[in-house]
Design a protein around this ligand. Structure first.
Ligand code: FES
Length: 322
């Protein structure tokens, strides 16, 4: 695992469509690219409405000297996927060397991999790595339709009957309780998908009497209940109102307004960016995996890096921050 973010210059080396609305984009990186594990991700410097921003994408297996990602074009995108989809071969970009917060343990006697939609990106790399080591695994991959399933043909050839595809359009869904009941005692589950899939999996995992430490997960930062709309926050004791555009996060807007925020992951995982919500006239769209379901239901806090207001206005308390 890399602990230091290292930015590099790169150029777009290859672009191809690998599913409906999903593009494989590979980048030739200046300087040596260290080996990285499946589940790692890189940050990309993007431009959204003329403003610089960073977006994070999971890295997938790539030729030596390259970093590759699979990017789904989101109609509700805050602008990151639109930028990535507009890239052309040979175009220069800035990116970080991969770092990993979603690591395989390599210790389990059996692995259940669960992917929902574009959540296949880290799971694809894990499946390839585990299969190469001869590990015991099963991959269950669900999406709204078969046409949206990137890597499905390759995984089918690699895994055979160890791969199960669930095409929602054909009425197929993942039976989480049955999947977990069939696992040997020390099995581990790695999941990447929308937040609803994660919450259902967490409940089913606990109901199956399995230790939560053996369920590892990552969710999409943009998998919310509501489409992104602008909203405004009034910051207690700062006497400022901060408008949040639909193409930026609350954290980005607060930082842009000069509010001193503490944050780290920017993926809704560490909780460092959480702010208190004192008043609001709209729903909070909780998109983090840090707060518990009870805490989310209370609506007293929200993680500024991913969660947002459905619209309207809220008063927040940033606490100790100056
Ligand atoms: S920075 Fe980690 S949850 Fe927001």
């Amino acid at each position: 695992m890399r602990n230091r973010v290292e930015w590099r210059d790169a150029t777009v080396a290859e672009i191809r469509e690998i599913a409906e609305d999903v593009r494989y984009i590979a980048f030739a990186v200046t300087g040596a690219v260290p080996r990285f594990d499946p589940g790692a991700h890189s940050n990309f410097r993007v431009e959204i409405n003329g403003q610089p921003a960073n977006r994070t994408y999971t890295t997938i297996p790539a030729p030596p000297g390259q970093i590759a990602v699979a990017v789904k074009l989101h109609p509700q995108s805050r602008g990151g996927s639109r930028f990535m989809w507009a890239l052309q071969p040979g175009q220069p970009v800035r990116l970080t060397l991969p770092e990993n917060r979603f690591e395989l343990s390599w210790r389990a006697p059996h692995y259940l991999l669960l992917a929902g939609g574009i959540g296949i990106t880290p799971i694809y790399g894990m499946a390839r790595a585990l299969a190469a080591r001869g590990a015991s695994l099963r991959l269950v991959y669900a999406a709204r339709s078969r046409a949206l399933m990137a890597f499905a043909d390759e995984l089918q050839a690699l895994l055979g009957d160890r791969l199960v595809l669930r095409d929602n359009a054909a009425g197929q869904h993942v039976d989480l309780a049955a999947e977990f009941a069939a696992l040997p005692p020390d099995a581990e589950c790695y999941l990447c998908g929308p937040i609803g899939m994660l919450e259902a999996a967490k409940s089913a995992w606990v109901a199956a009497g399995r230790p939560i430490s053996r369920l590892r997960y990552e969710v999409f930062g943009d998998s919310g209940l509501f489409a992104e709309k602008p909203f405004v926050v009034d910051v207690l004791n700062r006497d400022i109102s901060v408008p949040v555009r639909s193409d930026q996060t609350l954290l980005e807007a607060l930082l842009g307004a000069g509010v001193d925020m503490i944050y780290d992951c920017q993926r809704g995982e560490c909780g460092l960016c959480a702010v208190k919500v004192l008043e609001r006239d709209a729903e909070i769209d909780h998109r983090d995996v840090f707060l518990s379901p009870d805490e989310k239901a209370e609506n007293h806090r929200m993680c500024a890096c991913v969660s947002r207001l459905s619209a309207g206005r809220a008063t927040i308390d940033i606490g100790y921050r100056t």
